[in-house]
Write a new protein. Structure first.
Length: 414
């Protein structure tokens, strides 16, 4: 009787949930929306009460001044007592003239009272507007201060300082929830980067040791004068393959380490770094008949000297190895311009199509898709140079030279 296979077991669900369980009364939670609503509503209410009170006081004062009698009866005669009635003269008047004069003075006083009320109200509104904008600016800064703290922490984390945490205090609102979620994400990232660094260290030891042992054994057998010619030839081939594997391991480990930002930075002169790289490649260049030239002006940057030397060394080595058979040259120039340190490496060589330039920075990629079987390297030089430049906050660009070859331009912040 055939046995029915058991159904596949579903994978376990993730236990980490970034969400937060809401309480029994979620509408009582002091969210940022409720706080902003209460803040702006309270500010509007206070401003309205102040403006209403000021207008009431100004209107009362204007009415008190405008209700003063424009005439006084003195000794049976009408005497003008207001300065707002310049057209009415005192003296004996007929009833019709007296009524017209009273109406004219009342209208004139009312107009002056309204003009005075309008001018004072505008001044009060201007003062209240200034106070309201200043108070609103201060309150907005207080409300948005947690966002500023989150932003500053994120900027420090960009510099590979994963030990930073926001640890936001205050009410349990959306901003605190965002900060707590960001802290949890940083914890996971720190654990991941720590595991990666531990893996790189272990891989460095585990991969280098057997390759070093193989190289030692091969060199010992090759040093035996009584070894057959076929065995010596095989040993040289294996030794070259082992050396290539060592270069590949060193390149991969360096590429993995240089993907991160540089935490410890020291002043490094790009001209000195380039000169050291040129000295290391000069023997190979002379053997190939390639001339190395160029002026190297001082350009001091903040970074890691070993990694920056690796950039210059990889670029100069590539410029020497991928050159013309005769009459070739390599020009290495360093300079400081526009708050940037610039390293230029130009060379003669085969014509490079523009559409192939970006592919040169991919790992294990060479010109015309040549991947293996080359004695010019393992195809990681430009990838390492780009990673190191990015880790220092700079960039590297490649441009085809007219007539053949490349112009490699590295820019780093001073």
């Amino acid at each position: 009787m055939p046995v029915t296979p058991a159904p596949p077991v579903a994978p376990p669900k993730p236990t980490w949930d970034p969400g937060q369980v809401e309480g029994p009364f979620p509408w009582l939670r002091p969210t940022i929306r409720i706080r902003l609503t209460l803040l702006y509503g309270g500010m509007f209410l206070i401003a309205g009460i102040l403006l209403l009170s000021i207008i009431y006081l100004l209107a009362a004062q204007a009415l008190r001044q405008g209700n003063a009698l424009p005439f006084q009866i003195v000794g049976g005669q009408v005497k003008v007592s207001s300065t707002n009635c310049p057209g009415v003269m005192g003296g004996p008047l007929e009833p019709e003239q007296f009524n017209a004069a009273v109406n004219q003075c009342v209208l004139e006083q009312r107009r002056h009272a309204l003009d005075d009320l309008l001018s004072r109200s505008l001044m009060a509104l201007l003062g209240l507007s200034i106070i309201a904008f200043a108070f609103g600016y201060a309150m907005a800064g207080r409300v948005l201060s947690p966002l500023g703290k989150i932003t500053r922490t994120a900027r420090r984390v960009v510099g590979s300082d994963l030990t930073r945490r926001i640890e936001l205090d205050g009410p349990d609102d959306e901003l605190k929830e965002l900060a707590d979620t960001f802290d949890e994400m940083l914890d996971r990232l720190e654990r991941a980067f720590t595991a990666q660094q531990r893996f790189v260290a272990n891989a460095s030891h585990e991969l280098r040791t057997p390759l070093a042992i193989n190289r030692t054994l091969l060199e010992v057998h090759l040093s035996d004068p009584g070894a057959p010619v076929e065995l010596q030839q095989l040993g040289k081939t294996l030794l070259a393959t082992n050396e290539r594997s060592e270069q590949l391991v060193e390149g991969l480990l360096l590429l993995a380490r240089s993907e991160n930002q540089i935490v410890e930075r020291k002043p490094v002169d790009l001209a000195e770094v380039a000169s050291r790289a040129v000295d290391q490649v000069r023997g190979e260049a002379e053997a190939k008949g390639v001339e190395i030239r160029g002026e190297r002006a001082p350009a001091v940057v903040q970074g890691n000297g070993v990694l920056l030397e690796r950039i210059a060394l990889n670029l100069v080595q590539n410029a020497v190895r991928y050159n013309v058979p005769e009459g070739g040259w390599v020009e290495v120039v360093t300079e400081a311009q526009h708050d940037q340190a610039v390293l230029l490496v130009s060379n003669t060589g085969p014509v490079v199509p523009a559409y192939e330039v970006d592919n040169l920075f991919e790992p294990f990629r060479r010109l015309r898709t040549e991947r293996t079987g080359s004695d010019k390297g393992v195809g990681l030089g430009l990838s390492i140079a780009r990673s190191v430049a990015r880790a220092h906050g700079g960039r590297i660009q490649a441009m085809p030279r007219e007539g053949g070859g490349l112009v490699m331009r590295v820019t780093l912040p001073l």
